[in-house]
Design a protein around this ligand. Sequence first.
Ligand SMILES: Cc1cc2nc3c(=O)[nH]c(=O)nc-3n(C[C@H](O)[C@H](O)[C@H](O)COP(=O)(O)O)c2cc1C
Length: 225
Amino acid sequence: MMLFHWNSKRVNGTLLLILSVIALGLAYWNEGPWLVATPMSDRISLAIGVAAVYLATLGWFLASFSSTPSKASGKLALQARVDARVIYATETGFAKELSQQTVSRLRKSFPNLEMLPIDAVSIDSLANASTVFFIASTAGEGEPPGHAVDFSLEVMGRPQPLTSLRYALLALGDSSYDEYCAFGRQLDQWLQSSGASRMFKTIDVDDGDDKAVNQWFSEVAKIHA
Ligand SMILES: Cc1cc2nc3c(=O)[nH]c(=O)nc-3n(C[C@H](O)[C@H](O)[C@H](O)COP(=O)(O)O)c2cc1C
């Protein structure tokens, strides 16, 4: 379900709309020729008063939508912000196995971490996630695993708005194939073109290489909500 979020654009837009309605109302009220003269001092005081009320209202409005959450709502807000996932794309199961191990190592830092196969991921759920750990293998001749084909065509078909997403990627492959880690690389490129930020350099795993897998776990251990 999409929730309505008050961001600065919406706040500014709402204020502009309110001010435009007020301006139209005042224009109607002031029909007839406009008086061009130096305002009297009581008018100047009134204008300063109105400006002060406007600024105070604006300050209150912005503060109420962007301030630190109260204790009661803090837990909920934190959970919404730290929406972390481990997403895997696998042909023969290795990426899923590594995902399970990744989840158990990250559980303390990300209590609400979710593990998902890539075919269960929509662009909305990615855009709403703060942190994603991808583990993706390559199949065929440089192709995505079978359950990742729809995602690669439909979601990765063009850059998406993922600027608030940070990610890490473990690309599984075998350098004896011409298209080494091709799907992992496509995924990485697409995430970059979508504005997501890489938390650390993408790690390639050549034919299950333990050293690369251990490097992944040590990098992952440094990541916190
Ligand atoms: C039929 C087949 C095709 C593969 N094609 C590629 C490939 O094109 N490029 C590559 O880097 N690795 C390729 N691999 C290697 C796998 O990506 C690698 O073994 C990986 O660890 C498998 O992970 P998974 O079990 O999660 O699918 C292929 C493996 C198989 C069995």
